[in-house]
Design a binder for this molecule. Structure first.
Ligand code: F6R
Length: 628
């Protein structure tokens, strides 16, 4: 999605802006631009395509401005062409605006402005903003801040903006209406960005604007107001991230680095959430899991609903399985984009869980906000209990939810989610085990067994990476030329892994892939099969293993090439069924999804690399989907 960077201070703005945009590139974009003010003049440079195009143009047009705004655009209204790239300017070339989000009523504002003689240079929704600000400044004695405030009161939709004005060269105005924007505090210099990754090289003191807030930034400091003009007093917090987290560190792609970070992520998550002093045989009166959630929450859950999108939805689907099977709590899962328009009936004592790696997905945030709003007027047993499962506790979802499980995955740069998925899944294991302990739905012995199994997971992921990476790379060569479709099948707790394998393949290799519960194949999808359509079966030993094998045999009988993901203990038997066997170390079925997904991540990664595709920034996709 679009990225915003802003700077005001004593350094040369352009380099700070462009390097900030480079750090936001992972979010996805198709054009970029910066606007700066020097010697009272606004200078705006934009370019279609990758950021090096913008850099080239900027090298020909050097300014030493100390204030500026920059933007990477992910096209929504208007094609990805230079004239639609941000910043957008008013007709007098005084005011420059960058926006992330959508101004929903832009058509009527455009008509209104056109009737007043304004000529538009783009097809974007954003261009109405500088023209409106300009009109308010010309028609009245409003200050710059007041004119921006007044303009915002005319805008409908979810957006964040940053604005500069050549007539006020010491002010940068930033506002938030449901799209994220964070301020960064340096020594005599201030920053803003739609994502803290752009701020990390400069400062770790950050403050996220809340909805309905506007900030006036000057070299002397930052003032924050509500849209209705009340001054707000808030303090920055210090991030404990280091800039190394957003470097490739010798890996060819961020995605590969993040796949290899998974053992470490799981270790740090286990260290954070497993209680080391818990021993089943001592019958402890505290939980083996240390989530820090209030006991009041546990006493009051009769029903759980999960909302999420994409890969996070797949993590939620595993979560549903665990919460029902381990803790015995009826659980539903919905796509957030559907839920917000067709919510479930309001049930008392409901826990609503939002799952998101960016913490900013517009649909997930809107579904949670809607849930909170519709319950707020009801009696206490209906009140919303919102839990976020996210690696970005500082994000919008972190501000919105009263409970958070920080998955400890840190920031993820590759657009295809890998380590954040595993970490979200672990979050659900902890929640389900903790609830199972509190509700006594599992014996202490069974809890110990599962927890011991979890402790082996980091080593098993390492082993999978060591033993499978090269073999999967070899295998990948066979699917890069003529393969147009893939089918993934799985059952029970591993059906979501089939879905996730298919999504990863679609996203980065652009090969059409579908996933089905293995038992559903014969109810229709089996008609798709022939020798040209490989079938990947997630066949982890356990309660549904034989069923998956027999479903796979049905595919084989239709000439499909069969690839099996199974346990290393099972390899000889599996070789009778599968043409290719991808193995993970032995693991009990309940924990098997955490391992089974690894070979599928590697398969999609290697196919995409061999096809020469942009693994970290696949076409049309964005890391943080902040529009509906
Ligand atoms: C897939 C992927 C997307 C996201 C989806 C939700 O690799 O990354 O499908 O899972 O856009 O994003 P978050 O988790 O940020 O809410």
């Amino acid at each position: 999605m679009c990225g915003i960077v802003g700077y005001i201070g004593t350094q040369t703005a352009t380099e700070i802006l462009v390097s900030g945009l480079e750090r936001l590139a992972y979010r996805g974009y198709d054009s970029a631009g910066v606007a700066t003010i020097s010697e009272g003049k606004l200078n705006c440079i934009r370019a279609k395509g990758k950021l090096h195009n913008l850099r080239e143009k900027l090298e020909r047009d050097v300014t030493h401005a100390q204030i500026g705004i920059g933007h990477t655009r992910w096209a929504t209204h208007g094609k990805p062409e230079e004239h639609n790239a941000h910043p957008h300017l008013d007709s007098n070339t005084k005011i420059a605006v960058v926006q992330n989000g959508i101004v929903e009523n832009y058509r009527e504002l455009r008509e209104e402005l056109k009737n007043k003689g304004v000529e538009f240079r783009s097809e974007t929704d954003t261009e109405v903003i500088p023209h409106l600000i300009s009109q308010y400044l010309t028609d009245s004695t409003l200050t710059f801040l007041d004119a921006v405030q007044k303009t915002i009161s005319r805008l409908e939709g979810a957006f964040a903006i940053a604005v500069i004005n050549a007539d006020n060269p010491y002010e940068l105005i930033v506002a938030r209406q449901q799209a994220p924007i964070t301020l960064g505090f340096g020594q005599g210099e201030f920053f803003c960005a739609s994502d803290v990754t752009a701020l990390l090289p400069h400062t770790r003191a950050v403050l996220s604007l809340e909805n309905g807030e506007i900030a006036r930034m000057s070299p002397l400091g930052v003032e924050i107001y509500t849209f209705t003009g009340q001054r707000v007093s808030r303090f920055p917090r210090t991030l404990d991230w280091n800039p190394g987290q957003v470097e490739k560190q010798g890996f060819r792609h961020y995605m590969l680095k993040e796949i290899h970070e998974q053992p470490g992520v799981v270790r740090s998550s286990l260290e954070t959430y497993l209680n080391p002093n818990w021993h089943a045989d001592e019958n402890p009166d505290f939980s083996p899991i240390n989530l820090g959630l209030s006991s009041q929450l546990y006493d009051n859950i009769d029903y759980i609903q999960i909302v999420a999108c994409g890969t996070s939805w797949h993590a939620g689907l595993i979560g549903k399985y665990l919460l029902e099977q381990l803790a015995g709590i009826p659980t539903t899962i919905d796509y957030a984009s559907e839920y917000r328009y067709s919510p479930k009936p309001v049930i008392p004592h409901t826990l609503t869980i939002g799952v998101t790696q960016s913490g900013e997905t517009a649909d997930t945030i809107a579904a949670l906000e809607m849930e909170q709003a519709r319950r707020s007027k009801l009696e206490s047993k209906f009140q919303a209990q919102l839990l976020a499962i996210t690696n970005r506790p500082e994000s919008t979802i972190g501000q919105l939810c009263n409970h958070i499980i920080n998955t400890q995955a840190g920031i993820e740069i590759g657009v295809a989610a890998t380590k954040t998925f595993i970490a979200q899944v672990l979050g659900f294991y902890y929640l389900a085990l903790d609830l199972a302990y509190h509700r006594k739905t599992l014996s202490n012995e069974r809890l110990t067994e599962i927890i011991d199994g979890l402790r082996h997971i980091p080593d098993s992921i390492e082993k999978t990476l060591e033993t499978q990476d090269h073999a999967i790379e070899e295998l990948a060569h066979e699917f890069t030329q003529e393969t147009e479709d893939f089918i993934f099948i799985g059952r029970g707790i591993n059906f979501p892994i089939a879905l996730e394998g298919a999504l990863k393949l679609k996203e980065i290799s652009y090969i059409h892939a579908e996933a089905y519960p293995a038992g559903e194949m014969k109810h229709g999808p089996i008609a798709l099969l022939d020798h040209k359509v490989p079938v990947v079966a997630v066949a982890m030993p356990g309660s549904v293993y034989e069923k998956v094998i027999s479903n796979a045999q049905e595919a084989k009988a239709r000439d499909a090439r069969l690839i099996g993901v199974t346990s290393a203990m099972n390899v000889q038997e599996a070789a009778h069924t599968f043409n290719d066997v991808l193995t993970v170390p032995e693991v009990e079925e309940l924990l098997s999804p955490i391992l089974a997904v690894i070979p599928l991540q590697l398969l999609s990664y290697h196919i995409a690399v061999i096809k020469g595709l942009d693994v970290d920034q696949p076409r049309n996709l964005a890391k943080s989907v902040t529009v509906e």
